[in-house]
Design a protein around this ligand. Structure first.
Ligand code: MG
Length: 255
């Protein structure tokens, strides 16, 4: 069941999203060679709590971190820890912020220093696919319009969409209906209506689309060891089109 939100409820998610964006800005400023993902996690958690909010991921189904930090061939759900960032790495950071019971969820992939041409291109194309798909968030459209926009942005450049992981509705719960695949035909799937709030999250690899779960039960890697990138916004469907509720792109130079 898709739970639509009132304008007042969307403002509450936007308030969580504002804290979210500033957390992402803080993390962006700390991503550098020699920094551990645990240090990023600690800084993010401290800031989120200082704003009177909570890190949504902490304790979610037992997840130990406040953020997900997924380097290189890790696609998503990386547990922050002793991994030390090195020049040339890419790092996907996913953050959830809960404020007054409302969740904002978004992610960004960062380059650590100078990265390969392939990595740079993967990051740029994945981010472009997010922006292209957000344009499809229109009252009267379909979920498939979002899916198709991602796929048609990514595949011509030789990259692949991860198929077994999807975006989702978001609100009082981090994962609500509908599921939002990052591939498939336009014009299909649930109708988009004003009041829906969606976490749109292209996950893209520089190789094949298959992924595997690590023995820790959380981290998801590309099957073939290729690099992966992940970009995400929480977006509301409004009468005036898409409204990005987690505007990290306005605060950091990545977008
Ligand atoms: Mg997320």
């Amino acid at each position: 069941m898709i739970i639509k939100k009132t304008p007042e409820e969307i403002e509450k998610i936007a308030a969580a999203g504002e804290i979210h964006a500033r957390t992402m800005q803080l993390v962006a400023g700390k991503v550098a060679p020699g920094v551990t993902t645990a240090q990023l996690d600690e800084a993010a958690e401290r800031f989120i709590r200082s704003q009177g909010a909570e890190p949504s991921f902490k304790g979610y189904n037992g997840f130990p971190g406040s953020i997900c930090a997924s380097p290189n061939s890790m696609v998503v759900h990386g547990i922050p820890g002793s991994y030390t960032l090195a020049e040339g790495d890419i790092l996907s950071v996913d953050i959830g912020v809960t404020l007054d019971g409302w969740v904002a969820d978004a992610a960004c992939t960062f380059a650590v220093g100078e990265v390969s041409v392939e990595a740079e291109s993967l990051i740029a194309v994945t981010e472009a696919s997010l922006l292209a798909s957000v344009e499809q968030v229109q009252n009267g459209g379909r979920i498939g319009d979002i899916s198709h926009a991602v796929q048609s942005c990514v595949e011509p450049d030789g990259f692949a969409v991860v198929r077994t992981l999807v975006g989702h509705g978001v609100g009082r719960s981090m994962h609500e209906d509908p599921q939002i695949p990052n591939y498939g035909p336009a014009g299909r799937g649930p109708k988009l209506e004003t009041g829906m709030v969606l976490a749109i999250e292209p996950m893209v690899t520089a190789g094949g689309h298959a992924v595997r779960i690590a023995p820790d039960g959380w981290s998801i890697f590309t099957q073939d060891g290729s690099l992966a990138a992940h970009f995400e916004f929480t977006v509301a469907v409004t009468d005036d089109g898409p409204r990005i509720l987690t505007p990290w792109h306005q605060l950091i130079g990545n977008a």
